[in-house]
Every structure is written in C-alpha cells, then in structure tokens.
Design a protein around this ligand. Structure first.
Ligand SMILES: [Zn+2]
Length: 157
C-alpha cells in the first residue's frame, strides 16, 4: 500500500498500544514492533498507482500533515507517538525502496527484498479503492485523535 495507508495503520497501532498499556515506554517498544510488522501484512494488498506525480504528492503530504496537525494540537507526546508510528509502519519501504529513491532512480538505487517478497500482493485493488484507502486513512487518523483526546481528558480530570 501507499505510505499514507501504512502510516495511518501505524498511528492506529500506536494509539491502541498507548490506550492499553498507558505507558510511554511500552507504547514505543510494543507499538513500534507491531507497526513495523503491520507493513508486511498490509503489503498483501496491492494498491494502484496514482495518476500523476502531483496527485501522489498532494495526497501523501496531505495525509501526513493531517496527522501532524491533529497530534500537535494534543501535545508533544502524541506528536512523537504519531511520527514514530508513521515511521515504523513505513520503515520496510524506507529500507527496501531506499527512501523511495528506487522509484525515481531504479538503476542507481535498486529495489531490495529484505522485507518484501516478490509475489507479495494477494489482493490487488483498483485505483478507486486506492483513493478510498487514502480517505479511510484520513478518517482513521481522525478517530485516533478523538480517542487519544478523550483518554487525555480522563487522565487529567
Ligand atoms: Zn512495502
């Protein structure tokens, strides 16, 4: 899947880890490992490519910014959680796609398969469903924000 979808799942895992463990340290360790592992499973779903580079940049940047703005409103701790969750959920691609240089310069930065397998996609999805996945990612991040906001209010009252 695209980075935005991986990232949203990573944020959801980090959110769940924090709600369950109520410990920052455990959230980083357990949530980080689960977010990292989630990448492999989510890559069983094969997204369709974006139509243009502008569309890719717009959607990917917008979803990431959405998570940054919402978590910034909650506070630095939550911002760190979500940046970390997003990062860990995409780490397999950062490594195998060489920080995405493989996509643009495949000769200089060849794609590797340390964390991917060549026939990994079991469920290819259409362009329309790929866009729906981006919208669901936005909603999922919004839901995480609301859940964290509620738990924060409960802890502080
Ligand atoms: Zn991947």
């Amino acid at each position: 899947m695209h980075a935005s979808t991986h990232g949203a799942i990573g944020i959801a895992i980090i959110t769940a880890s924090y709600i369950i463990t109520k410990s920052e340290k455990k959230t980083f360790i357990i949530g980080g490992i689960l977010a990292f592992a989630s990448h492999y499973i989510l890559d069983f779903i094969g997204e369709s490519p974006y139509k243009t580079m502008q569309e890719m940049l717009f959607i990917e940047v917008a979803v990431y910014l959405w998570s940054l703005v919402l978590m910034f409103i909650l506070g630095l701790k939550y911002l760190k959680f979500s940046v970390f969750g997003f990062f860990m959920a995409n780490l397999m691609d950062y490594i195998d796609k060489k920080m995405y240089f493989s996509i643009f310069l495949p000769k200089e930065y060849p794609f590797t398969y340390y964390f991917h397998s060549k026939n990994q996609v079991l469920f290819p999805i259409s362009y329309q469903k790929t866009i729906i996945a981006a919208i669901v990612s936005v909603i999922l991040i919004g839901a995480c924000f609301l859940i964290l906001k509620n738990s924060k209010m409960r802890l502080e009252s």
